[in-house]
Design a protein around this ligand. Structure first.
Ligand code: URA
Length: 192
């Protein structure tokens, strides 16, 4: 697929998301948050769901967790606009509650379709909801930082930046795992 075809495909999905009523979350959300960044990237980052600021702006990871994500991206030589950043859930759950199983299943085709179009070499999941979308039996405390194959994607599960902001030990592990992304990407490219 050319860059242009990818961009058209990603815009078409964003349009579908803006009209989505497959679950209750659209009712209280201000804006849909379909995803952001380059669809011509080797790496995608997938979080959980929009929070307060994301809902205000329609852009993922623009609050405190987003600042930490941007800081970590800079450490490995990327700007946020050079990668694609999205979420499992495209409308903000009220009061930032955890997404419910029926909301996750109602929303999952959007992410699957987005990733099929982008076709990244590495999908970095942020937090357990995102990890469990691809790896239903994985446990974040055990499996963070371990590359795993899931169907057609290579998954690198990391702790969620918001969890890192709450717990210094988690932040330390998150940073250690994050700094390995370039090496992991090279390994995947070389078929290791
Ligand atoms: N947390 C997420 O999981 N996603 C966002 O977009 C913002 C915070």
């Amino acid at each position: 697929m050319t860059k242009d075809e990818k961009e058209k495909g990603i815009s078409a999905i964003a349009e579908q998301i803006s009209l989505c009523k497959k679950c209750r979350l659209y009712e209280q959300a201000l804006h849909p948050v379909p995803g952001d960044g380059s669809c011509n990237t080797e790496i995608t980052f997938v979080g959980e769901a929009p929070g307060f600021y994301e809902d205000q702006q329609g852009i993922p990871f623009v609050g405190r967790a987003g600042k930490l994500l941007e800081f970590m991206l800079k450490q490995i030589g990327y700007k946020r606009e050079e990668v694609w950043i999205g979420n499992i859930i495209k409308h903000r759950p009220p009061e930032n509650r955890d997404p419910l199983p029926d909301e996750i299943s109602a929303c999952q085709d959007y992410l699957n379709h987005q990733l099929e179009i982008i076709s990244p070499i590495l999908v970095v999941t942020l937090g357990r909801f995102s990890m469990n979308h691809f790896l239903p039996d994985a446990k974040i405390s055990v499996d963070h930082g371990k590359v795993q194959k899931a169907d057609k994607f290579t998954i690198y599960p990391l702790y969620h930046p918001a969890a890192g902001l709450r717990n210094p030990q988690v932040k330390k592990n998150l940073l250690i795992d994050f700094l390995r992304i370039p090496e992991i990407l090279e390994n995947v490219k070389n078929g290791h």
